[in-house]
Design a protein around this ligand. Structure first.
Ligand SMILES: *[C@@H]1O[C@H](CO)[C@@H](O)[C@H](O)[C@H]1NC(C)=O
Ligand SMILES: *[C@@H]1O[C@H](CO)[C@@H](O)[C@H](O)[C@H]1NC(C)=O
Ligand SMILES: *[C@@H]1O[C@H](CO)[C@@H](O)[C@H](O)[C@H]1NC(C)=O
Length: 289
């Protein structure tokens, strides 16, 4: 979403972290602490397409079609932690760290694309014997979900899709996003977390790949998105969305035929950490819609 901003922010990350937090009344202007995934946390990674992908199944005994949670750019599955703990009470849930993110590896020569992330996700599920899944994507994970829905080799295995904070082109990014304190807090926090999750791996080389991805892709026309079978798609937006232009979620819902639109109140692009109960309820409503 902004190569130069990510890079300059990293340079001042320690400075940003030392600025005392200003108390704020509105949850949509905050980035609550990164949630914890339910314990114990897996060490298992699956070798997929030349990388090792971290994933974890929750409440597999519940059976049925699993719900796959696909996190956003620079982050990892833990950002969905409070949603996982709620959702797994009644559902089989799978969390996946996308290539390069969280505990999953990447290759120096990789050029990240949303199609690559979608294929990694689908191939991981197939390797786990999962032939059908519900995909829930957030931000870059939402673009990954749209890429999966657009790919005829993948879309038959997606039974339903919940697309939160998604976009179809780089100019869908809100021009003031990088000015927000939530953004600077998020990027510097991701750098700190990455050093713990993948000691010795260069966050800058990873973040540069993400910034290049977000600066150039996706690149979908309305006509392409119109090929998606929207009867299985819910497009979700946030009332106070600050990362993606406010018109984008309604636009995606208008061009994906038969898709549904929900706008989550009182939250921003970071809804899954700001109000995980509301986010989980929205997924559960989508599952039965
Ligand atoms: C799968 O993708 C192809 C290619 O984009 C598209 O034509 C088709 O409608 C999609 N099918 C579903 C079920 O979304
Ligand atoms: C985006 O798509 C347009 C038209 O299909 C093409 O001209 C342009 O080169 C594409 N850009 C990228 C970054 O793929
Ligand atoms: C961009 O986000 C700000 C909030 O940070 C909002 O006030 C503004 O309306 C958004 N712009 C667009 C074009 O959605």
């Amino acid at each position: 979403m902004a190569t130069k901003f990510i890079l300059s922010l990293l340079a001042v990350a320690s400075l940003v972290q030392s600025i005392p937090l200003i108390p704020r009344a509105n949850v949509w202007e905050t980035l609550p602490p990164t949630p914890l995934l339910p314990a114990p946390i897996n060490n298992v990674k699956a070798p997929i397409n030349g990388v090792n992908l971290w994933f974890q199944k929750y409440n597999e005994a519940r059976g049925g079609t699993p719900i796959v949670l696909i996190h956003g750019g620079l982050g990892y599955s833990a950002y969905f932690g409070d949603v996982v703990s709620r959702l797994m009470e009644k559902h089989y849930v799978i969390a996946v760290d996308r290539r390069g993110h969280g505990r999953s590896t990447f290759n120096a020569a990789d050029t990240f694309t949303f199609e690559m992330f979608a294929k990694d996700t689908d191939d991981l599920l197939k390797a786990q014997g999962v032939s059908k899944a519900v995909w829930v994507g957030w931000s870059d994970g939402a673009a990954t979900t749209l890429a999966g829905l657009l790919d005829s080799t993948i879309n038959r295995s997606i039974t339903k899709a919940f697309v939160f904070g998604g976009f179809q082109k780089p100019s869908d990014t809100n021009a003031t996003f990088t000015d927000t304190s939530v953004y600077s807090t998020f990027v510097s926090r991701c750098a700190t977390e990455y050093a713990q999750l993948q000691p010795g791996v260069d966050f800058m080389s990873f973040a540069t790949k993400v910034a290049t991805l977000e600066g150039t892709l996706p690149n979908w026309t309305d006509a392409q998105l119109a090929k998606i079978d929207g009867s299985k798609v819910t497009v979700a937006g946030a009332e106070h969305e600050e990362a993606v232009n406010l018109a984008v979620a309604p636009h995606l819902a208008s061009v994906i035929p038969r898709s549904k639109l929900v706008i989550l109140p009182d939250v921003s692009h970071f809804a899954p950490v700001q109000n995980p109960a509301q986010f989980t309820a929205a997924i559960e409503a989508f599952l039965v819609a």
